[in-house]
Design a protein around this ligand. Structure first.
Ligand code: ATR
Length: 511
């Protein structure tokens, strides 16, 4: 089973000991990042293993490898030698591991380390993501049989992650460390077990210390929310796939319930650049189910072996799950949205309601189909007018652009305004998609976005006196439906209550 390593990047030994004491229950081992220590503090590293009380990795990371050590190689070797010197017969008082690079070649030091039970982590930091054949690289790196080979790659695309994942089958039965650094590799840190990695590195991100490397997760979150230490080969993997997926409430929602149910399953954020590459990776990682969000709800369709009726109609899927060798596609946005809207308006249907839908993308299609079914009279406005036209014509709705002409039409369709574009969402264009429109204050306004809780558009509507609702209610409703699809059971009411009462905005997970 993979271990959690807490990176200690304080400026002083005292600070590192304090950090370790505060977070030790979440970590199996610690890494003393000597390169982060003030120069004067580096003199005292030899005493650290004894103070730590858990196994410690000794690391002096060079700046060229993504660390902070800028001195010469001679000075660095001296520091490492100092850390390994005066080895104690009781191995608890020695560093348990020393991280040295593939080009580090001081046989006497390495021999001394081995003699006193300090295992060598032979590392390669590929900051450019340029290694093509990672398995070959791993084989060539190892100087001796008991070394732990570590390859950390800066990933910019999902293909890069796939490349690293393929190496998980190399050096089988040998301890190795594989890491994808950066935002698009965040799930390799949670699913270290699936990547065949001996350990995962994490930091105490809520403290004022620098993270050990880009994309590292918070040690407490990793341990408590993702229950990292419980992830085994049998654990069922689920997650949310999107881009940029900078903030999503779904991992908190699902993991809280899975935790309350004590289920052997975990739900992971999957920020991806290419859905095709990811679906291949998802099969490799044995993923069982996916929530699909912006911008992949339509792009995922070609990968589905079977589609529900609604997915066939609207050609967009937000729920994908595994059955045998196939991916099945469902769409829970649809029912999640309609129950949320009717509850908001306190109505049973939308007859006699004049409605404007902003947007004509994947989500808008689900919204349009449902509003049609509930009997609303609709105008679809979209930046790209022909897409509004295509959508509107399916239901005999009217259409227009987000321009003066479109705004004029709106005066007859403004009982309810439903905002379905990505404008105003964290990580996207933060403007107001309807800036030309003046709210009367009588409109009921629903924005499907929930991060941030109030978009500039929704804020303006609320300030004009409109009744407003953001997308959180809908997201919870559709997630409940997804849960039932993924796990074949409803969420127990008491667990749902726990979620609803939880301080949701604090729980949004940033990837
Ligand atoms: P989703 O699956 O979430 O609906 P999508 O299919 O990519 O995502 O659709 C995004 C919607 O947001 C579209 O209606 C898009 O308008 P275009 O069809 O003109 O692209 C809309 N959108 C995105 N960025 C926008 C912007 N800056 N201004 C106005 N509309 C925007």
């Amino acid at each position: 089973m993979s271990k959690i390593c807490l990176c200690l990047t304080g400026k002083t030994i005292k600070q590192d000991v304090e950090l370790l004491n505060k977070y030790r229950k979440f970590a199996d081992l610690a890494e003393l990042r000597v390169d982060c220590l003030d120069a004067a503090e580096r003199l005292y590293i030899r005493r650290f293993p004894e103070m730590a009380g858990i196994p410690v990795i000794l690391t002096v990371r060079r700046d060229v490898d993504g660390g902070y050590f800028t001195g010469g190689e001679g000075a660095r070797i001296k520091l490492i030698a100092n850390g390994l010197a005066y080895a104690n017969a009781d191995s608890r008082f020695n560093f348990a591991y020393v991280d040295i690079e593939e080009d580090f070649n001081i046989p006497s030091l390495e021999e001394a380390a081995r003699t006193f039970g300090t295992r060598i982590i032979r590392s390669c930091h590929d900051l450019k993501g340029s290694i093509e054949d990672i398995p070959a690289k791993m084989k060539s790196m190892r100087h001796a049989g008991d070394e732990i080979v570590k390859v950390a790659v800066s990933v910019k695309t999902t293909r890069d992650v796939l490349n690293v994942f393929r190496a998980s089958n190399s050096l089988i039965n040998q301890d190795k460390i594989l890491i994808c650094m950066g935002h698009y590799g965040i799930y390799s840190r949670i699913l270290a077990e699936r990547f065949g990695s001996f350990l995962t590195y994490s930091s105490a991100l809520s403290e004022s210390v620098i993270p050990g490397a880009p994309g590292q997760m918070d040690v407490k979150e990793l341990s408590e929310m993702y229950r990292f230490r419980r992830i085994t080969k049998k654990t069922k993997i689920y997650g949310i796939v999107g881009n940029p997926l900078k903030s999503t409430v779904s991992p908190w929602f699902f993991n809280t319930i899975l935790n309350l149910e004590d289920a052997d399953a975990v739900y992971v954020p999957f920020p991806v650049t290419d859905i095709g590459d990811f679906m291949e990776l998802a099969e490799g990682m044995d993923v069982q189910g996916l929530s699909v969000t912006v911008p992949f709800k339509e792009a995922v369709i070609p990968y589905l072996g079977q589609k529900s009726e609604i997915v066939n109609t609207i050609e967009a899927s937000n729920t994908v799950y595994r059955k045998g060798n196939l991916w099945l596609g469902e769409n829970t946005d649809y029912t999640g949205f309609s129950t949320s809207l009717l509850n908001f308006l306190d109505m049973k249907n939308l007859k006699r309601k004049k409605i404007t839908i902003l947007g004509a993308g994947g989500v808008s299609r689900a919204v349009a189909a449902e509003v049609f079914k509930m009997g609303g009279k609709v105008l679809v406005l979209n930046r790209t007018v022909h897409k509004a036209k295509e959508l509107a014509q399916q239901y005999d709705f009217r259409w227009g652009g987000l321009d003066n002409r479109g705004i004029e039409l709106m005066s007859k369709y403004n009982d309810v305004i439903i905002q379905t574009t990505s404008v105003g969402m964290e990580g996207h264009d933060l403007s107001d998609p309807l800036e030309l429109y003046n709210f009367t204050g009588k409109e009921a306004v629903m924005d499907l976005i929930y991060t941030p809780p109030q978009t500039p558009f929704l804020k303006r509507a609320a300030e004009a006196g409109c009744k407003t609702l953001n997308g959180y209610d809908m997201v919870i409703r559709q997630a409940c439906l997804q849960y039932a699809i993924f796990f074949g059971r409803e969420i127990p009411k008491k667990h749902l209550q726990h979620i609803i009462e939880g301080n949701k905005w604090d729980k949004i997970v940033s990837g």
